[in-house]
Design a protein around this ligand. Structure first.
Ligand code: AMP
Length: 220
C-alpha cells in the first residue's frame, strides 16, 4: 500500500502520517525530515538543500527526487510507504509514479488535507519539536509539562527556523499543492479530499475512512 498525504505546510500531515503508518503497518517517509537529517549529518545533499530550506523555498526537483527514490529502494519500504511532503510539484508526482511502476507498485490514494491559512500560521508559529525523539508539542493546544522540555524523553524542545510567522507565510505562498498536481491525481481517480482543520482524532478517522473506501473498491 503506497499513499500520499498532500496539503499546505502545517496542515498536520506529519502527525497524521505517523499515526496512519503505525495503523497500516507501512513506513512514513517525510521529505522534510530526510532533508533535515541530511543537514544535521553535514552531507553534501544537506548542504545543497539548506539554502532553499532556510528561505522557505522548495528544493529543486532533481535533488528532491533523487533523495526520495533512494529512500524507497530501502528494504523497509517494500510493505508500503506513506509519503508526507512529497510530491510537491507535478514533476515530482510524475517521477514518483514512474519509479513505482518500474518496481511493480503504484499510489493507491493521494489524500489532500485542506486547512485555512490563518489556522496554519497559528499552528506552526506555536509548534515545538523534540530535538531527540521528534515528539511534537504546541504552546496552546499541546503544551509540554515543563516549558521547552520533552514529556517523552526529557530532551530540549526547539522551534524550526522556518516556523517563524514570516517564513510560514512565504511557505504558504510557495508550497501550496499546485493545481496541476492535484488535477494529475484527480484525473487518475486517486485524489481524496479531507478537512484538516477538524480536531486531530477526527481527521485520523476521516483519513482512515477514505483509505478504507479505496482499498474496499480495489478488493471488489
Ligand atoms: P516540511 O518539513 O515538509 O515542511 O519541509 C521543510 C522544507 O524542506 C521545505 O520548506 C522545503 O524547503 C524542503 N522540502 C521538503 N519536501 C520537499 C519537496 N517535496 N520538494 C522540494 N522541497 C521540499
Amino acid at each position: 500500500m503506497n499513499l500520499i498525504l498532500l496539503g499546505p505546510p502545517g496542515t498536520g500531515k506529519g502527525t497524521q502520517a505517523k499515526t496512519l503508518a503505525k495503523r497500516l503497518g507501512i513506513i512514513h517517509v517525510a521529505s522534510g525530515d530526510l532533508f533535515r537529517e541530511a543537514m544535521s549529518n553535514g552531507s553534501e545533499l544537506g548542504k545543497r538543500a539548506r539554502k532553499y530550506m532556510d528561505r522557505g523555498d522548495l528544493v529543486p526537483d532533481e535533488i528532491t527526487i533523487e533523495m526520495l527514490l533512494e529512500r524507497i529502494d530501502q528494504p523497509d519500504a517494500d510493505a508500503g510507504v506513506i509519503f508526507d511532503g512529497f510530491p510537491r510539484t507535478l514533476q515530482q508526482a510524475q517521477a514518483l509514479d514512474k519509479a513505482l511502476a518500474e518496481r511493480g507498485r503504484s499510489i493507491k490514494a493521494a489524500l489532500h488535507m485542506t486547512t485555512p491559512d490563518e489556522e496554519i500560521v497559528r499552528r506552526l508559529s506555536g509548534r515545538w519539536l523534540c530535538t531527540n525523539c521528534g515528539a511534537i508539542f504546541h504552546e496552546e493546544t499541546k503544551p509540554p509539562q515543563e516549558a521547552k522540555v520533552c514529556d517523552n524523553c526529557g530532551h530540549a524542545l526547539a522551534q524550526r527556523e522556518d516556523d517563524k510567522p514570516d517564513v510560514v507565510r512565504h511557505r504558504l505562498e510557495t508550497q501550496r499543492p499546485p493545481a496541476e498536481m492535484l488535477d494529475y491525481y484527480r484525473e487518475r481517480g486517486t485524489l481524496l479530499e479531507v478537512d484538516g482543520a477538524k480536531e486531530s482524532d477526527q481527521v485520523t478517522k476521516d483519513l482512515m475512512a477514505a483509505i478504507e473506501s479505496v482499498t474496499a473498491s480495489l478488493a471488489n
